[in-house]
Design a protein around this ligand. Structure first.
Ligand SMILES: Nc1ncnc2c1ncn2[C@@H]1O[C@H](COP(=O)(O)OP(=O)(O)OP(=O)(O)O)[C@@H](O)[C@H]1O
Ligand code: SF4
Ligand SMILES: [Mg+2]
Length: 303
């Protein structure tokens, strides 16, 4: 039995016909961390929510996803409740939506233990918040979510998600509201408590400092997956290259914004989804969907 996360041919289609995922395959070995990067709307949150069973009713989900012998897609609601928190931890993209506004933040964090019938003292919660650089945690945790800043609440969500040291952590932009130094500290903390992690981020540089591998998502597919340094130093897929060229470089030339816009995800599949924006595109690119071969989904590179 593989102890890591395996995702096979995962498709997600919302009730309005949007194909948020169109066949995602991903392996994360036990103990490894992967960052998923890509433009807004590329399917990153849908991937995490599909694994957690948090997609809206009526969403079509097909494929297979397993972690440490647990079948994540086939789990029943009671099985999911058992898995969530102790086997799979989740930091949601919107920390305000993840917290109960009627409970103070200390109680919100304590729910991770209470949901499993465990007791936890205020000291333990305060220690965790202190580690995540929350000032005066004993006093601050008495405040309600609307009295915390977005960045503080992200740290509260990290504290809750890692409370029971789950084997797999799924984190959706967990540090987007933090400055670079705090983001580094909190991501370090988050990854040190989770043996296996899948972290969504827009920040390629932050990912580069922390994770083992990077997966690049475009229009519902992973178009490049590889070890962090190799992918950043020698990006293969034209989309990965365009993402990196769009980053500002200290002392370098001006960043080049990505041309065009992503495709309509309700349209049927026809050829490479990046073709209209790709400066390497040839006519054949519009008639065949490239599959991920040796970590890259581009026929021009595979041939
Ligand atoms: N409940 C929904 N119903 C219909 N379409 C949805 C729903 N949720 C997301 N989508 C669509 O699915 C696609 C993928 O959305 P998703 O939220 O997974 O993207 P994302 O990569 O997380 O984006 P962001 O970086 O902005 O958070 C987008 O086109 C989005 O508009
Ligand atoms: S398959 Fe063609 S259009 Fe798609 S990324 Fe490769 S070269 Fe560009
Ligand atoms: Mg998202």
């Amino acid at each position: 039995m593989d102890a890591g996360l395996q995702v096979r041919d995962l498709h997600v289609r919302y009730t309005d016909g949007t194909w948020a995922l169109r066949g995602v395959d991903l392996d994360i070995g036990a103990g490894a961390s992967v960052a998923v990067v890509g433009e807004s709307g590329s399917g990153k949150t849908s991937l995490l929510k599909a694994l957690l069973g948090l997609l809206p009713d009526g969403t079509e989900i097909t494929g297979r996803a397993t972690f440490a012998g647990h079948d994540l897609l086939a789990a029943t609601p009671p099985e999911r409740r058992r898995l969530l928190g102790s086997v799979v931890g989740y930091v949601g993209q919107d920390p305000y939506a993840s917290n109960n506004p009627l409970l103070n933040v200390g109680r919100n964090v304590a729910e991770s233990w209470r949901a499993k019938g465990l007791r936890v003292g205020a000291e333990r919660i305060a220690d965790t918040l202190q580690r995540l650089a929350i000032p005066e945690p004993r006093r601050t945790m008495q405040r309600h979510p609307h009295q915390w800043s977005g960045g503080m609440l992200q740290r509260g969500s990290i504290a809750a998600a890692t409370a029971l040291a789950p084997g797999l952590l799924l984190a959706d932009e967990p540090t987007s509201a933090l400055d670079a130094e705090l983001a580094d500290r909190c991501l370090d903390d988050l990854l040190s408590t989770a043996p296996t992690a899948l972290v969504v981020t827009h920040d390629l540089r932050l990912a580069a400092r922390h994770v083992d591998m990077i997966a690049v998502c475009y229009a519902g597919r992973l178009v490049e997956v590889g070890r962090r340094d190799a992918l950043l130093d020698r990006p293969q897929h034209p989309y990965t290259r365009a993402l990196l060229a769009a980053l500002p470089v200290r002392g370098g030339g001006l960043p080049r914004p990505l041309p065009g816009t992503p495709p309509d995800l309700r349209a049927p599949d026809s050829g490479c989804a990046f073709a209209a924006r790709c400066d390497c595109s040839v006519p054949a690119c519009r008639s065949r969907v490239p599959s991920l071969v040796d970590g890259v989904a581009c026929d021009a590179i595979a041939s």
